[in-house]
Design a protein around this ligand. Structure first.
Ligand SMILES: Cc1cc2nc3c(=O)[nH]c(=O)nc-3n(C[C@H](O)[C@H](O)[C@H](O)COP(=O)(O)OP(=O)(O)OC[C@H]3O[C@@H](n4cnc5c(N)ncnc54)[C@H](O)[C@@H]3O)c2cc1C
Ligand SMILES: NC(=O)c1ccc[n+]([C@@H]2O[C@H](COP(=O)([O-])OP(=O)(O)OC[C@H]3O[C@@H](n4cnc5c(N)ncnc54)[C@H](OP(=O)(O)O)[C@@H]3O)[C@@H](O)[C@H]2O)c1
Ligand SMILES: Cc1cc2nc3c(=O)[nH]c(=O)nc-3n(C[C@H](O)[C@H](O)[C@H](O)COP(=O)(O)O)c2cc1C
Ligand SMILES: *[C@@H]1O[C@H](CO)[C@@H](O)[C@H](O)[C@H]1NC(C)=O
Length: 680
């Protein structure tokens, strides 16, 4: 193994010599799903591109590199695209591939090699999801690589690892940038996994591992890695001809950014044609595979005196051919932008909302699949597929600056996108809750042709919600418990979260575009096993479904149902005590044995679910000794605090040292007896 950097990167992985365990993560099956516009398609096995011819060495003295991205919400992909755009100025032709579209074994194929040197150079940009798990589009790659590298647990302490005999990926050169968030226990588990596993199977690391932290400055971390590690290393390694480098640096940079799309406009309205899924862009497959389902019920769960809102929604899936669920699964929801937001953007950029168009690859650009169903009207496109309200990244502002006609606008955008402008960016964009729509209003001189706008505007991401009904009790109806995200802005207006606001504004009969996704929350098969459920606020969602199911098992099927304990928390009993009546009836029917309530604001000091857990340490420990399954759902911060409380209980009641208690809880997690679903 010729590792240019040595292994000074700290890793925490366990390597097993035995069998590889099955992945916890949910694999998304796209097979035979109905498209949003009405056709049935299969993800084909071979969406492979033709091997491109050799690239022009004058223009690309570094040759070809391939960037693979693993993403859940698009950030990793946008980083990959940034490298793609910057490639030419550094002397490289960059291919970008969705990890779902490549198999690990294929990485040795000729079509991925730089034609001149014969090198295969892969750079992974991957985020971590769930609890240290791969994103949906990397599940297969991670499983395969785990098997090849003989790695049992992705995120555990590295013991003395036996080397793997077969160096299957010898000859490949690689580098990794991981996206993660330190608030999660298994920080950047997947980025670290790729960096380590690739080395174990014989690949050579040529760029040092980079890690980004989404709770600090993810974009800054990436920028630093890209500009101080990635490009400098690649240039040193692959561009041997110093003259070529000098020519590159002397070359004038283009005035307008080049655009990857070309546009075709139709004079007559046309229906969107059904697109086979293999022609669809990786990260927008849900646009094509989800279904419109009607709302049957919607009601507010908080009292009128509470300024916030949490809504209970029931979605009728009886007519949906491809939506099935199991209790506590997730539902993916496609958000819809408010008409005012769409009109504002069209007005700022001078677009005709009724125009019908299609996109295709511009001359000299690779086509990455259809981003959304086409042909399409500008209105539909901006409404359903463009993210107009999230904070634009600093790199997006830099791109926008190229379209600003007024030097004042241009300068302001460039300033905020620069490293020195981070504070201003935070103040004027992040804290101000400004989205693209607001930036366009702020800089009225921005003018971009539609295909240019669509080439940089991020796609609108799916939001997930934990299903709050039992599939046994409500097989054809999916219930959600949605907390509406809102934040006051300085100018007196209110920022509204795009998806929760859209959902909260629906009426019975309206439809919502959704798809199903599995989760790790499963009740024990043996119904007599005790369960401990911890879910304050909307974290109650999966437990409502699980209690419906336990109720059914006990009172309809007359099964032996074990102890059920729920810890719920909210601000005040008379403000936001969600499902109070239902919880009371579960208590009455025996589905719920004990209900612990943490009202955080009914006394001078805060009382949270974890405080009650600690208070009940003895009973909790007894249940754990009886084999109880523990479930935690809700905010990340709460989840971490609850995790600490459980460790403390294990150490106090089980007489364990701190380290031992930590291991005890990890072991429960590995056995599937401690399951969390946490979101920021
Ligand atoms: C597995 C999973 C299960 C979930 N289950 C549930 C559930 O059962 N119930 C539930 O209510 N939620 C749940 N969520 C959260 C849910 O998916 C959404 O994240 C939530 O509803 C907010 O989405 P939104 O589109 O309304 O808000 P967004 O528009 O995404 O805004 C969300 C936050 O992002 C930030 N933000 C967005 N735009 C800007 C900007 N321009 N400037 C600055 N900050 C900005 C703000 O902090 C804002 O509060 C779950 C999440 C996951 C991952
Ligand atoms: N801006 C708004 O108008 C608004 C309003 C509601 C929700 N939200 C958003 O919606 C999300 C989810 O809301 P939600 O209804 O599920 O929950 P929530 O209403 O924010 O909180 C539910 C309960 O959990 C408590 N809590 C806070 N931090 C905790 C911790 N570290 N450990 C244990 N308990 C903790 C809260 O107490 P305290 O609140 O008393 O600390 C409250 O009693 C929030 O993350 C928030 O971003 C926004
Ligand atoms: C539900 C959820 C779970 C997450 N789990 C982890 C985790 O276990 N470890 C970690 O380092 N980051 C975790 N993250 C943070 C993401 O990796 C981070 O936000 C990243 O920037 C997302 O990139 P993407 O948009 O490419 O998917 C999680 C984020 C979410 C929303
Ligand atoms: C979604 O539901 C369909 C049934 O219509 C099922 O075949 C598929 O496996 C489900 N997907 C997931 C991820 O659970």
């Amino acid at each position: 193994m010729n590792d240019l950097f040595g292994s000074d990167v700290s890793l925490s992985l366990v390597v097993a010599t035995g069998i590889v365990t099955v992945l916890l993560a949910s694999a998304l099956a796209f097979a035979t799903m109905k498209t949003g516009t009405g056709s049935s398609t299969k993800k084909s096995e071979e969406p492979k591109k033709e091997a491109p011819g050799p690239v022009d060495r004058e223009k690309f003295p570094g040759g070809e590199i391939t960037v693979l991205y693993g993403t859940q919400t698009g950030t990793a992909e946008s980083f990959a695209r940034l490298i793609e755009r910057e490639g030419a100025e550094h002397g490289f032709f960059v291919h970008v591939i969705d990890m779902e579209d490549i198999q690990v074994e294929e990485m040795l194929d000729d079509r991925y090699k730089d034609k001149e040197s014969g090198n295969a150079r892969f750079f992974f940009i991957t985020s971590t999801y769930g609890e240290g798990e791969p994103t949906d589009n990397t599940v297969d790659c991670v499983a395969k690589l785990r098997e090849m590298a003989n790695i049992e647990v992705i995120f555990e302490e590295k013991k003395d690892a036996e080397p793997v005999e077969e160096q299957k990926l010898a000859g490949i050169e690689y580098g990794v940038f991981g996206l993660g968030n330190r608030e999660y226990e298994h920080y950047n588990a997947i980025g670290k996994f790729f960096d380590y596993a690739m080395e174990r199977v014989g690949a050579s690391r040529v760029v040092e591992l980079g890690l980004g932290d989404d709770c600090q400055d993810l974009e800054g971390d990436f920028e630093t890695w890209k500009d101080t590690k990635f490009w400098p290393t690649l240039k040193k390694l692959y561009i041997r001809d110093a003259a070529a480098l000098n020519r590159l640096e002397a070359a004038p940079h283009e005035e307008l950014p080049s655009c990857s799309y070309a546009i075709e406009v139709y004079s007559n309205p046309q229906d969107a044609v059904d697109t086979p899924l293999e022609k669809v862009h990786g990260s927008s497959r849900h646009y094509f595979s989800s279904e419109d389902c009607p709302i049957s019920t919607i009601r507010e769960l908080r009292s009128k005196d509470d300024p916030g809102s949490t809504v209970h929604i029931e979605i009728d899936v009886s007519k949906a051919g491809n939506i099935d669920y199991r209790t506590a699964d997730n539902l993916g929801v496609l958000p819809v932008n408010q008409p005012a937001v769409v009109e504002n953007v069209a007005h700022s950029l001078g677009y005709d909302l009724n125009k019908i168009f299609s996109l295709k690859a511009a001359e000299g650009h690779e086509w990455h699949g259809e981003p959304f169903p086409m042909p399409i009207s500008v209105r539909e496109c901006l409404t359903r597929y463009c993210d107009l309200t999230s904070a634009p990244r600093r790199s997006d502002l830099k791109r926008l600056s190229a379209y600003a006609q007024d030097p004042v606008d241009k300068k302001a955008l460039l300033r905020m996108s620069s490293k020195d402008g981070k504070a201003e960016y935070r103040e004027k964009i992040t804290y101000a809750h400004f989205g693209l729509v607001d930036v366009l209003k702020m800089c009225p001189s921005i003018s971009a042709p539609l295909e240019h706008f669509l080439s940089f505007c991020p796609l609108l991401q799916t939001r997930f919600y934990t299903i709050s009904s039992s599939s046994v009790v409500h097989p054809k109806s999916i219930h959600l418990t949605v907390s509406v995200t809102e934040a006051a802005r300085k100018d007196g207006t209110v920022f509204k979260g795009v998806c929760s606001s859209h959902l909260a504004g629906l009426k019975p009969g309206d439809t919502v575009r959704v798809f199903n996704r599995s989760s790790t929350f499963r009740l024990p098969k043996d119904t007599s096993i005790p369960v401990i459920m911890v879910g304050p606020g909307t974290g109650i969602a999966p437990f409502r479904g699980m209690l419906q199911e336990r109720d059914h098992q006990k009172n309809v099927k007359k099964e032996n149902v074990g102890t059920g304990v729920l810890y719920f928390g909210c601000k005040k009993r008379n403000l936001d005590y969600l499902y109070e009546d239902e919880l009371a009836s579960f208590r009455k029917s025996g589905a719920l044995t004990t209900l612990h309530l943490a009202f955080s604001r009914e006394q001078s000091e805060k009382v949270y679910v974890q405080n009650l857990l600690s208070k009940n340490a003895k009973d909790t420990w007894a249940l754990i000794q009886q084999g109880a399954h523990i479930y935690v759902c809700g905010g990340v911060k709460m989840g971490n605090d609850v995790n600490d409380a459980f460790k403390h209980i294990a150490s106090e009641e089980g007489n364990m040292a701190v380290e031992e208690a930590k291991e005890f809880i990890s072991k429960l997690a590995k056995e599937g007896r401690y399951v969390q679903e946490l979101w920021a």
